[in-house]
Write a protein that binds this ligand. Structure first.
Ligand SMILES: [Cu+2]
Length: 159
């Protein structure tokens, strides 16, 4: 349905393809919006760790992550293969720098063990993402490249 809607809106699809617009178009539009609100479709998990029967998969969107840009993180948490529903805390820190850390609560999405959060990394470099599921702590070593905004900020600093 989503694809159909996009084709209808594309210039190539033309106005002829919009005959049925009106109520149906409104319904499709509403559906597309609700899909957009529930997330970015199927996340691509770049990282996965298991320990003590618990498993955490981490999806970074977009990937690779860039600094000074809001990045979406999706976590899929399971224990013995079953979705886990509990508080999930995430800490962001740069292991090679003494610049503190940022702790965020991940928001549960439905009952499939999915959790999301958005975070803007303050600078490019190595970022350790610590995921605490209650009993376990999972450490993911990730890298952020310099985002557009970051490159601009650096230019601004060169007076
Ligand atoms: Cu730093």
């Amino acid at each position: 349905m989503r694809r159909t809607w996009i084709e209808r809106r594309s210039p190539a699809g033309g106005r002829a393809g919009r005959r049925g617009v009106g109520l149906l178009g409104g319904l499709l539009l509403g559906l597309t919006f609700s899909l957009a609100l529930t997330g970015c479709g199927t996340p691509q998990y770049q990282f996965e760790k298991s320990q003590n029967q618990e498993k955490v998969a981490l999806a970074i969107t977009p990937y690779p992550q860039t600094s000074l840009t809001p990045i979406h993180y999706t976590l899929q948490v399971s224990r013995d293969g079953q979705p886990v529903q509990q508080a999930v805390e995430v800490e962001f820190k740069m292991p090679k720098m003494d610049m503190g850390s940022h702790v965020v609560q991940a928001q549960p999405q439905g009952k499939k063990g999915l959790y999301t959060l958005e975070q803007t990394l303050s600078m490019p470099g190595d970022w350790q993402i610590l995921v605490r599921t209650g009993g376990e702590e999972f450490a993911f070593d990730t890298v952020a490249t310099a985002g557009q905004a970051s490159a601009k900020a650096m230019d601004g600093m060169k007076e």
